[in-house]
Design a protein around this ligand. Structure first.
Ligand code: AMP
Length: 394
């Protein structure tokens, strides 16, 4: 994918407004319990400083909904950033450019401003006064048309930061110009949240495995009994349309061919492996069966690229995590042998692959959640569109 990279930006003597994602988890409003997002932002900040530029960092934190809420102030990050970056970090509300005296300044929680999430023009102009170039390094908010995620590009040149660059390059590798055949694995709870995603994927992929609770909707639509399984019976028509579209586009669909049926949604609930016609009215399907996993392993063997979203069963409760673990570990093994490119992301996927012990071996795991899903749905992301070179630009 063609987009403006940070290495092409003129940064010496300039101030870069850098959108980062500092929406970090905190323990009881205290210490940071996972600093992955801070670590992810550091390379871009350091690169801009090394190129002789100043940095103004913009991020949201929590959901203040346009109000100043002291408990959601970003000031708790100042000592953390100073430790990582070895410089004094300034702090500003963003309305007085002369207050920016340090080489690196952190702007207060962008969502304290009601105009931020509305893409407000006056606020955009105000913040644009603080810098010369805009660097989008928070792919996780690129599906939002907010001032700090896309709007600032109206008034200055915009570039992808290094974290965004890494994300976009890997996503392109999985869906835009992938090594073929491409296999998708889509699991999770409901079809209703993933109709756009499935409809887009059947047009683009060679094979698509559907698992998790959403597979029950497809099985029920095909006339199989699903007992008291999680199932959206009202979406039977939609499920059949997706199957028809896949057939037309030449995308092979893999649905479960056997299942694990249990009596309750609980860890170690009484359960059994059974065929699709054998699920009793008092049972619920909580995982794919071993024959299904074998079939998926065959598809993984054939694929050169894998894109994965969602667990194949109720992975939070044992033993209904089995198919997710086995399929993820099988894919991870092929990645390690350099036989497969595997990209995953969205919702519970990161937790499921970590649970399977496979996350570290995947080629790339996106932690972007909603933005990753919208990208899989084939939608234009405002925070990515602004990075595309204009006509005539090299
Ligand atoms: P999603 O957020 O759509 O990716 O859905 C993830 C959730 O789907 C997880 O909490 C899983 O426990 C749940 N899930 C997956 N398979 C099933 C199933 N067969 N029955 C009930 N819940 C399931």
């Amino acid at each position: 994918m063609d987009f403006r990279r940070l290495e092409t930006a003129e940064l010496s003597g300039k101030t870069a407004l850098v959108r980062v994602d500092f929406n970090v988890p905190r323990k009881d409003c205290g210490s940071i319990s996972d600093d992955t997002r801070i670590q992810a932002a550091l390379p871009t900040i350091k690169a801009i400083r090394a190129a002789g530029g100043k940095v103004v960092l913009l991020s949201h934190f929590g959901r203040p909904k346009g109000e100043t809420k002291p408990e959601l102030s970003l000031s708790f990050l100042l000592p953390v950033l100073e430790e990582h970056l070895g410089e004094t970090i300034g702090f500003t509300d963003g309305f007085d450019p002369s207050a920016i005296t340090e080489n690196i300044t952190l702007l207060e929680n962008t969502r304290f401003q009601p105009g931020e999430t509305k893409g407000d023009e006056a606020l955009t102009k105000e913040w644009a006064k603080l810098g010369d170039v805009f660097v989008q390094d928070a792919f996780s908010v690129s599906h939002r048309d907010h001032v700090s995620s896309a709007g600032l590009a109206k008034f200055m040149p915009a570039y992808a930061g290094l974290a965004t660059e890494r994300e976009l390059d890997h996503l392109a590798q999985a869906l835009e110009n992938p090594a073929k055949p491409v296999l998708g694995v889509v699991g999770g709870a409901k079809v209703s949240t993933k109709i756009d995603l499935l409809s887009n994927l059947v047009e683009k992929l060679d094979m698509l495995a559907i698992g998790g609770g959403m597979a029950n909707t497809f099985l029920a639509a095909q006339g199989y009994p699903v007992g008291k399984s999680l199932c959206e019976h009202d979406l039977a028509e939609t499920a059949l349309e997706i199957l028809k579209a896949a057939d037309k586009a030449g995308c092979r669909i893999l649905l479960p061919i056997d299942v694990v049926a249990a009596t309750d949604f609980a860890a170690n609930a009484p359960h059994r492996v059974c065929g699709l016609n054998d699920v009793a009215p008092h049972e619920m399907i909580l995982d794919a069966g071993p024959e299904t996993v074998n079939g998926l392993a065959d598809a993984i063997d054939r694929a050169k690229t894998l894109i994965w979203n969602g667990p194949l069963g109720a992975f939070e409760i044992e033993p209904f995590d089995t198919s997710t673990i086995e399929a993820a570990q099988y894919a991870a093994k092929r990645v390690k042998n350099n036989d497969l490119i595997a990209v995953a992301g969205g919702g519970d996927t990161v937790a499921a692959l970590k649970h399977a012990g496979a996350a570290q071996d995947f080629t790339f795991i996106s932690t972007a959640g909603g933005a990753f899903l919208e990208w899989m749905e084939g939608k234009e992301l405002p925070g990515v569109e602004i990075l595309r070179p204009k006509k005539g630009e090299a």
